[in-house]
Design a protein around this ligand. Structure first.
Ligand SMILES: CC(C)(COP(=O)(O)OP(=O)(O)OC[C@H]1O[C@@H](n2cnc3c(N)ncnc32)[C@H](O)[C@@H]1OP(=O)(O)O)[C@@H](O)C(=O)NCCC(=O)NCCS
Length: 131
């Protein structure tokens, strides 16, 4: 897990300016964490938290020099397959506004108004899962 937290700190705290005290939260104890590895180093991560029939994906991060190589997409597709096998019927996530097209390409639909979280504009997105 230390590699996952190190990457999240690098991306969210150092690159994006999220306050360090908000980056790790109580959901981390409940979540399933995915990690993409290269030479033993964590270069991509996300977490999945289940709420009954809904899975929430969060903390999606790929290290800056590994972006635009399909790693984020692979993690998201793996997460959707895992959530579906575990019985989830849909996935929700709070997308950073600048990342909404990344999720849109994966079939997530924007809903509701833009909101602020940790100083960053977000929008909720949802995808129904086929069983
Ligand atoms: C957003 C992020 C996770 C994407 O990961 P990635 O590994 O670079 O994404 P992929 O290479 O799998 O991209 C898949 C597709 O989405 C597109 N895409 C990726 N990031 C995008 C963005 N920010 N805006 C629009 N499209 C994007 C890619 O071009 C690619 O499209 P293509 O298949 O037509 O070439 C990564 O840029 C990141 O970690 N950003 C900083 C943290 C962050 O913003 N996380 C999101 C929190 S909600």
């Amino acid at each position: 897990m230390s590699g996952v937290y190190a990457l999240r700190r690098e991306v969210f705290v150092l690159e994006q300016g999220v306050p360090e005290e908000l980056e790790v939260d109580e959901n981390d104890k409940l979540a399933v964490h995915l990690a993409a590895l290269s030479d033993g180093h964590v270069i991509g991560t996300l977490r999945i938290v289940r709420h009954e029939h809904t899975a929430k994906i969060g903390r999606m991060a790929v290290s800056a020099n590994s972006r635009k190589k399909g790693i984020g997409r692979e993690l998201m597709e793996f997460a959707a397959a895992a959530a579906s096998s575990a019985g989830a019927q849909e996935i929700i996530l709070a997308a950073q506004f600048t990342a909404r097209e990344f999720y849109g390409q994966l079939g997530y639909i924007q809903e509701g108004a833009i909101f602020d979280d940790a100083g960053i504009s977000h929008v909720m997105m949802r995808k129904k899962l086929r069983r």
